[in-house]
Ligand binder design. Structure first.
Ligand code: CTP
Length: 400
C-alpha cells in the first residue's frame, strides 16, 4: 500500500471513532491518506485527530466554502484519490449518494471523482431496515463504482442488538487492499469458488493427533480475495468459525483428511474454480480409538497409513471449464517438484512456496511463490501479504 492514495470520507455516526484505526494503519503502512469530515462527523471526532493520524490536515466544509486553493478542492481531491472510502456511511449521506446530490465537500467529491468508492454503512437497526434506506442501498450498489461492505450484527451504541454495526477496521482495510489491486473489477462475479483451508488432524485418540502448523491464513485470504472479486465462495476448513470471513455462501468445518475429502468431493462438481490451500496430513495412524488412551497404553511405535490425495482425486474428476489449483510447500528447489505435482494431479496451476524462506512459511502473514500453469508459464511473486498473493494467483489463473 506504500505510496498509494486513499481518500477517507467520514460522515456523522459514532462508528467514526473506529475509522481512526483505519487511517492510522494506512498511514503507518506508508499510504498517502487524506480525510474529509462532514459537519456531523465533527460532532463525534475532530479534524485534529484525523490530521494527526493521517499526517496531513483534514478537510471540512470550511475548506470547501472558503477555499485557500486555486482549484476547487472537490475537483483536486476527486482527481487525486485512487480509492474513496466512506466510513461510517450514514443514512443521510447514503440518501444523497442514491439521489446524486452534492451539498457538501464529501458528496461533491464523490461526483467529481471516477475512482472506486468503498461504502461502510453504520446506523441503528431500525434505521438500517427502513424501506427507504434499503432502497437507497440497493440503488447505489447498482453502480459498479460502489463497493458495499454490509454492516454486521452486534450490540449497537444504542444498546440494541441487531444489524447496523459498521464493519471492523480490519475488514475495511482488507477491502481497500483488494480495491487497490483490482481497481474494482469483479471478474469472479457469477463464478463459484471452492477453497480448502487449514491443516487436517489425524487422531490417534480424542486428544492426540498427527497434524501440522498450518494457520489457514492463506486459505482465508483466497476466500476474501474471491469474495471481493464477486465470487460465491464455499470454504472447507479446519479453523475456528470466528476466523472465517463474512459472506461465504457455505462453510464446512472438517477435522481429518477423510472428512475434507468427502466435503471437497461433494462440492467440487458445482465449482468453477477450486483451490486446495489446505495442508493435508500425509499419513494417519492405522488404528485409532474413540476413548482417550491412558499414558501406559500408548503404543511405543505407531503404524501409519497414507491418507487419500484429495487434489489428485479432484484432478481425475475435473470437467472441461473447471479450474483446479494446488499449492506445493517446498524447501530447496521449489520448481521441479511443483511441476511434477502439477502434471501428476492434472492441475491448471500450482503455487510453489519456498517454506524455508523468512515470511513464507506456515502461520506467516506474508507469502512468496512461483506460480506455474499447465502451459509451462511461470511467474514469480515476491514477498507480499497473503491477500495480495491470493489476488496474484487469481490474476494468473483467470488471465490464461
Ligand atoms: N494435498 C491433497 N491431499 C493430500 C495431500 C496434499 O489434496 N493428501 C494437496 C495440498 O492441499 C496441496 C498439494 O496437494 O495443494 C500439495 O501436494 P503434495 O504432493 O501433497 O505436497 P507434499 O505433501 O508437500 O508432497 P511431498 O512431501 O511429496 O513433496
Amino acid at each position: 500500500m506504500n505510496g498509494r492514495k486513499i481518500l477517507i470520507g467520514i460522515s456523522g455516526g459514532i462508528a467514526a471513532y473506529k475509522v481512526c484505526e483505519v487511517v492510522s494503519t494506512l498511514a503507518k503502512a506508508g499510504t498517502q491518506v487524506r480525510v474529509i469530515l462532514t459537519d456531523a462527523a465533527q460532532e463525534f471526532i475532530t479534524p485534529l485527530s484525523l490530521a494527526t493520524l493521517s499526517r496531513h490536515p483534514a478537510y471540512t466544509d470550511r475548506d470547501f466554502w472558503q477555499p485557500t486553493h486555486s482549484r476547487p478542492l472537490h475537483i483536486e481531491l476527486g482527481e487525486w484519490a485512487e480509492i474513496l472510502v466512506i466510513a461510517p456511511l450514514t443514512a443521510n449521506t447514503l440518501a444523497k449518494l442514491a439521489g446524486g446530490l452534492a451539498d457538501n465537500l464529501l458528496t461533491n467529491t464523490v461526483l467529481a471523482s471516477r475512482c472506486p468508492i468503498l461504502l461502510a454503512p453504520a446506523m441503528n437497526t431500525d434505521m438500517w431496515e427502513q424501506l427507504a434506506v434499503q432502497r437507497n442501498w440497493q440503488q447505489v450498489l447498482t453502480d459498479e463504482r460502489f463497493c458495499g461492505i454490509q454492516p454486521s450484527s452486534g450490540i449497537l451504541a444504542c444498546d440494541r442488538v441487531g444489524a447496523g454495526r459498521m464493519a471492523e477496521p480490519s475488514e475495511i482495510l482488507a477491502h481497500i487492499e483488494s480495491l487497490l489491486h483490482t481497481g474494482g473489477k469483479r471478474d469472479l462475479k457469477g463464478k463459484r469458488v471452492l477453497i480448502s483451508a487449514g491443516g487436517t488432524r489425524e487422531h490417534l485418540d480424542p486428544v492426540r493427533f498427527i497434524g501440522n502448523p498450518s494457520s489457514g491464513k492463506m486459505g482465508i485470504a483466497l476466500a476474501v480475495a474471491a469474495l471481493h472479486r464477486g465470487a460465491a465462495v464455499t470454504l472447507v476448513h479446519t479453523m475456528d468459525e470466528a476466523l472465517l470471513p463474512r459472506g461465504v455462501v457455505r462453510a464446512i468445518a472438517v477435522v481429518s483428511a477423510e472428512e475434507m475429502r468427502e466435503a471437497m468431493l461433494s462440492c467440487f462438481p458445482e465449482a468453477d474454480v477450486t483451490v486446495m490451500a489446505a495442508a493435508v496430513a500425509d499419513v494417519r495412524p492405522r488404528d485409532s480409538v474413540s476413548e482417550k488412551l491412558p499414558k501406559r497404553s500408548l503404543p511405543s511405535s505407531l503404524a501409519l497409513e497414507v491418507v487419500p490425495d484429495i487434489l489428485a482425486e479432484l484432478g481425475s474428476l475435473k470437467q472441461a471449464g473447471q479450474k483446479l489449483i494446488g499449492f506445493a510447500a517446498q524447501t530447496g528447489d521449489i520448481v521441479k517438484p511443483a511441476l511434477e505435482k502439477l502434471e501428476r494431479k492434472k492441475l491448471d496451476a500450482i503455487a510453489a512456496n519456498p517454506i524455508d524462506k523468512i515470511g513464507a512459511g506456515f502461520n506467516s502473514d506474508t507469502n512468496q511463490a512461483i506460480l506455474i500453469n499447465s502451459h509451462g508459464k511461470q511467474v514469480e511473486v515476491l514477498p507480499c501479504s497473503k491477500l495480495e498473493m491470493a489476488h496474484r494467483l487469481y490474476d494468473f489463473v483467470l488471465g490464461e
